[in-house]
Write a protein that binds this ligand. Structure first.
Ligand SMILES: C[S@@+](CC[C@H](N)C(=O)[O-])C[C@H]1O[C@@H](n2cnc3c(N)ncnc32)[C@H](O)[C@@H]1O
Ligand SMILES: [Zn+2]
Length: 336
């Protein structure tokens, strides 16, 4: 028996009469289940993830016909033209019509998650949090809706929101989008207060001008879409690797002329589309043990473009310290 079985009448093991459910809209249905099993059980279940989406349907639009979206039972949503998208058991939404197979697989995301949980990205995430707090303070500390475009396994958005919630009085709602289903599945299991979607950032299933902040960490950008969904007073924070990012690995993986990881072209492209307000370099070294080094090698696309022989060499090179180097760019829409 599934714990979110809506056609069957068991929710978290509690029986609810079928007649009570028929003809009821989703909000009424959720209330019915809450009354039946008590709010404490609900908070721990997948139910809360679906409710979170229900509360925020106005943020979304159909990626096919661009019309508004409404819910359709507990397990799907439908647009005004009838295009239907699934809400998965763990509560994420799938806006893709077919699964896109990429090199970002479960193994990569699980290593990325381990590296993230060990704090390797924390100083960079704190820099993003500080930029958002500063912006909120200037805007009068109102509620904030954040989009993470290319969120991967979700821990960056999760940590940033936890940080903001401990520092700011306003309400923070996060939406994470990634084209990789594997990443979104992991994210949706770990962070139930955030809305997670499998979607293409080049065709965001989001309404115009709803987001106060877009973050885009080590992921591709689509500035046309970012401009469309960002509020006119919103900010875009993009993180690109600095020239020394994971230098110890790149020195072994590539020949000397290919080792440089210059980000000038990316910054130029950003500044052609958004007005740059601030650029911060966040650079630090972290000691690594062998296990951590293996996860770093498994989480980075840098490993895709080298030979097995070089990867073996890197594993056995006695690397015990790794360089983290990020460029964090904050900007606003052009013309503001
Ligand atoms: C290097 S990972 C970074 C993930 C995460 N931001 C992090 O820093 O751990 C790049 C991410 O971009 C996502 N991505 C690539 N193309 C995308 C697209 N068109 N739409 C949405 N996500 C995309 C990948 O699936 C992957 O999760
Ligand atoms: Zn549609």
């Amino acid at each position: 028996m599934s714990d979110d079985n809506i056609n069957g009448i068991y929710i978290f093991g509690e029986h609810i009469a079928h007649e009570e459910v028929q003809g009821m809209n989703l909000r009424g249905y959720i209330q019915l289940v809450k009354d039946a099993v008590g709010p404490n059980k609900i908070n721990k279940g997948v139910f809360i993830r679906k409710e979170k989406f229900l509360e925020n349907t106005t943020l979304f639009r159909c990626p096919i016909c661009k019309n508004a979206i409404t819910t359709c039972g507990l397990n799907s949503i439908v647009c005004l033209k009838g295009h239907c998208f699934d809400i998965a058991r763990t509560g994420y939404l799938n806006f893709l019509q077919r699964t896109v197979k990429t090199e970002y697989d479960e193994e990569l995301f699980s290593s990325r998650n381990i590296v993230s949980e060990k704090g390797f990205f924390d100083p960079m995430l704190r820099c993003i949090g500080d930029m958002i707090i500063k912006n909120l303070a200037e805007a009068g500390n109102r509620n904030v809706i954040i989009l993470d475009a290319g969120c991967g396994e979700g821990s960056h958005l999760g940590k940033i929101i936890n940080d903001l919630q401990s520092k700011s009085a306003g309400k923070v709602q996060g939406v994470g989008i990634d084209i990789s289903k594997e990443g979104i599945i992991m994210a949706s299991k770990a962070y139930s207060d955030i809305i997670w979607c499998v979607a293409d950032l080049a065709n965001l299933p989001l309404m115009n001008q709803r987001f106060d902040v877009i973050i885009n960490i080590l992921s591709p950008s689509n500035y046309e879409e970012f401009t469309r969904v960002l509020r006119d007073d919103g900010i875009l924070i993009k993180v690109v690797p600095g020239s020394n990012y994971l230098k110890e690995l790149r020195d072994i993986f590539y020949d000397v002329n290919k080792q440089d990881c210059s980000n000038h072209k990316v910054i130029d492209h950003y500044s052609r589309n958004f007005r740059v307000l601030d650029i911060q370099t966040v650079k630090y070294n972290k000691t690594v043990d062998r296990d951590e080094l293996l996860h770093i090698m498994a989480m980075t696309p840098l490993s895709w473009r080298t030979t097995n022989e070089r990867k073996v060499r890197a594993r056995n090179a006695g690397i015990n310290c790794i360089t983290m180097d990020f460029t964090v760019i904050k900007g606003i829409k052009k013309g503001r």
